[in-house]
Design a protein around this ligand. Structure first.
Ligand SMILES: [Zn+2]
Length: 167
């Protein structure tokens, strides 16, 4: 059993067993992880209020058959906008478990809001001079998460909707 204390941004929360939740966190120390919050759905649970998407929280994690959240204390919030909510889902899809990226963490921590464009830049896909990866049109509007290429409107319309994001 190992214990970690780290700052984290809550990316997403999923229901699991009856009273538990799976919280997807982007942590400073460990990168992305999924952690179980036991009893987080009980109304009395003190954890719930500190584990909402877009919350920055200090978590105490216990690693034992996966991660468990032993404690959480929210200390800051990212501005709640549709754009930010889309962006945190995008982080969840674009990052791998247990691969901390300090550049990404610093961008997240520093900003009140975040866009897919900012995220792509820090992940190494700068959209400024990008072109469509299929037809080379300049200033593409979309990014394919599966192919990891930029796409223009026309080429994006041929890709499955859940595989592309607007930038
Ligand atoms: Zn194209």
């Amino acid at each position: 059993m190992k214990e970690f204390l780290t700052e984290a941004l809550v990316l997403d929360v999923e229901d699991s067993a009856e009273f538990d939740k799976f919280v997807i966190l982007y942590t400073k120390e460990l990168g992305k992880i999924s952690a179980r919050a036991r009893g987080a759905r009980k109304i009395t649970s003190k954890l719930t209020g500190h584990l909402q998407p877009l919350d920055f929280t200090r978590v105490r994690l216990i690693e034992k058959n996966g991660f468990q959240i032993a404690d959480a204390l929210a200390f800051k919030k990212m501005e709640r906008s549709p754009e930010s909510l889309v962006a945190v889902k995008f982080i969840k899809e674009m990052t791998f478990d247990l691969q901390p990226d300090h550049d990404l963490w610093n961008i997240l921590k520093k900003n009140k809001k975040i866009s897919n464009k900012d995220l792509l830049s820090v992940l190494g896909f700068d959209p400024t001079f990008a072109e469509c990866g299929v037809c080379n049109v300049k200033k593409p509007d979309f990014f394919s998460k599966t192919e990891q290429i930029f796409l223009c409107k026309r080429c994006a319309s041929k890709a499955p909707k859940n595989e592309i994001v607007l930038i």
